[in-house]
Write a protein that binds this ligand. Structure first.
Ligand code: GDP
Ligand code: GDP
Length: 544
């Protein structure tokens, strides 16, 4: 990794003019393939050149210059030293955020409007939001105005300024530049004003409207020192967390569950369960509640490190293996450390599990970190059950009819569930339970749901059933642009756990995510698959 960084440092080239250093700087961030380079080229009007190109590796960062109504700014594309085809790893997200927060006056994060939010998007957004600099979310690949409404789906990242754009087709770029330039410090010298009188008027108008129309104001302005301290603390925590992660890697693959065939359905003898969530939501307490009252067998798996210990509970002829219980109880020394660790642990536990219990603290609701961990659970292909814990605190009432701990009236489960679902949209398939781990309430329900979703994720639908279903689906109801629609000739379930369907189609195109969601929902309505994500693969008849 050091070698790669070194190489990148050597490759730094300057496309900007020599006297550009005084200009305000705008940073572009985002994971690979969202369109950062395309936007960079669009804004600077020049192709970004890659010097000393190594196969699969783009440069560390690249600078250019842009102009809007006579005002100038520098632009940096932070998109990094990553092999093009790899997912954005945490340290790379962190590096981008760091460059942006340290150097830039204003930051544009780019997401791919045609794909669903991925965990790296959320992680990057979280880091950027903490920095206190003007932020803009460019939702890219919105190639026609009829698609602009879809940008609203990305508001959940927490940005106030969301602009749909098409970097490739020059859509929405003016709107983005208007907003970005309005957030930048005024030009420093008198000459700038003299050279461009009309343009200055435009900026003044922008300035006037700033307060009234709610243009950007710093949410919690941090001093430079504070930003640096935070970044340093993050860096330390990252390093420690990475160390823990490496230390804890199992050295042998964990055994796969045995499957028995009966009546055409896979019956599982054992379900591996991961308890995941951010610090203090009650994971350890829940583990105690789930394993404590029953006979718990502590059994280190051969070939794993001393730390990784599973606990197995037998219940109603089914066995539940809680993976890495030492890890569930593990706490970080500082708050930041504990938070980082909780994400790393969640990812590690998901790898070893079939089903995950995503624990939420009822008194705090869904936070950004919860959403982040939930994102990893969704992408992992494991089944998910959302467990709202500490519900006792939401319902205990005092003499005045108010909740004992915060003086508010007792919470309503229906309203509460809707809030959780709004915040965790991508987990719409996950059952949700209200429990109190401390009081041992909801233990039975949790076991029942785990067994249910573990059965559901292994269900298999025959191709005959599938095609009968396909005939009945009204594809006109899918809210997808006509040119994005594909004709499905037939469809077959290729795998279980998670259920994975192969679609044989007329066109070799990536399925639009709203189409994918529509189809998944239709499948769920007919066949269930409760708690499990549904995956699709496309096989086109006519390769383009
Ligand atoms: P980067 O990795 O974030 O720098 O992404 P690139 O700029 O290399 O773009 C990734 C892919 O997305 C390329 O194939 C681009 O042609 C495509 N792309 C970029 N912007 C748009 C856009 O506005 N609309 C569409 N449809 N594709 C785009
Ligand atoms: P972890 O960091 O996610 O493992 O959380 P812990 O299990 O250590 O719990 C954090 C705190 O929340 C502890 O003080 C627990 O006693 C408390 N707690 C956990 N579950 C419940 C619950 O259902 N109700 C209440 N009132 N407190 C709980």
């Amino acid at each position: 990794w050091r070698d790669v960084e070194f190489l990148a440092a050597q490759l730094t080239i300057e496309t900007e003019k020599p006297d550009a250093k005084d200009l305000p700087l705008v940073a572009i961030c985002g994971r690979p393939n969202v369109g950062k380079s395309t936007l960079f080229n669009r804004l600077t009007g020049s192709r970004r050149s890659i010097v000393g190109d190594e196969p699969g590796i783009t440069r560390d960062r690249i600078y250019g210059q842009m102009e809007w109504f006579g005002r100038e700014a520098r632009l940096v594309d932070t998109g990094g030293v990553v092999p093009d085809d790899e997912a954005l790893i945490p340290s790379e997200i962190f590096r981008q955020a760091q460059v942006a927060l340290e150097e830039a006056d204003s930051i544009v994060m780019v997401v791919d409007g045609r794909s669903e939010l991925a965990s790296p998007d959320m992680e990057l957004a979280r880091l950027l939001l903490r920095g206190g600099k003007p932020l803009f979310l460019a939702v890219n690949k919105m190639d026609s105005e009829s698609m602009y409404w879809q940008a609203e789906n990305f508001r959940q990242l927490g940005f106030r300024n969301v602009v749909p754009i098409s970097a490739e087709h020059n859509g929405g770029i003016g709107d983005l530049l208007d907003e970005v330039f309005a957030s930048l410090p005024e030009p420093k010298t008198e000459e700038d004003f003299d050279e461009t009188p009309t343009e200055v008027m435009m900026t003044e108008i922008d300035e006037e409207t700033e307060d009234s129309d709610g243009a950007w104001t710093a949410p919690e302005a941090l001093t430079e020192d504070e930003v640096r301290d935070r970044l340093e603390a993050e860096r330390d925590a990252d390093r420690l967390a990475a160390q823990v992660y490496l230390e804890d890697q199992p050295t042998a693959p964990t055994e796969r569950p045995r499957m028995l065939r009966s009546h055409g359905e896979h019956v599982l003898k054992e379900t591996k369960v991961a308890i995941i969530g951010r610090p203090n939501v009650g994971k350890s307490t829940m583990l105690n509640a789930l394993t404590g009252t029953e006979r718990a067998i502590v059994s280190p798996i051969a070939g794993t490190t001393r730390d990784a210990v599973d606990e197995v509970v037998e219940r109603g002829g089914h066995s539940f293996r809680f993976v890495d219980t030492a890890g569930i109880r593990r706490k970080g020394k500082t708050k930041l450390m504990a938070e980082k660790l909780s994400v790393i642990m969640a990812r590690k536990h998901l790898e070893a599990a079939d089903v995950s219990l995503l624990v939420i603290d009822a008194t705090e609701g869904v936070t950004g970190l919860d959403a982040n961990i939930g994102g990893y659970a969704h992408e992992s292909g494991r089944s998910v059950i959302i467990v709202v814990n500490k519900w006792d605190l939401m319902t205990k009432v005092g003499k005045d009819g108010m909740r004992l701990w915060d003086g508010k009236p007792p919470a309503d489960q229906k309203i509460y569930e809707q809030d959780v679902r709004d915040a965790l949209k991508y987990l719409e398939y996950a059952p949700l339970l209200f429990v109190s781990a401390l009081d041992g309430k909801g233990v039975d329900a949790m076991f029942k749901k785990v067994e249910l979703v573990s059965r559901e994720r292994r269900k298999r639908v025959t191709t005959g059933q599938m095609n009968k279903f396909l005939d009945k689906v009204d594809f006109q109801k899918a809210s997808v642009p006509m040119n994005k629609r594909v004709r499905i000739y037939y469809m077959t379930q290729a795998a279980v756990a998670p259920p994975t369907f192969v679609l044989f189609t007329d066109k070799d195109v990536k399925m639009h995510f709203s189409f994918e969601r529509f189809l998944a929902n239709q499948i769920r309505e007919h066949f269930g698959f409760i708690g499990s994500p549904i995956w699709f693969k496309i096989k086109a008849r006519n390769k383009k």
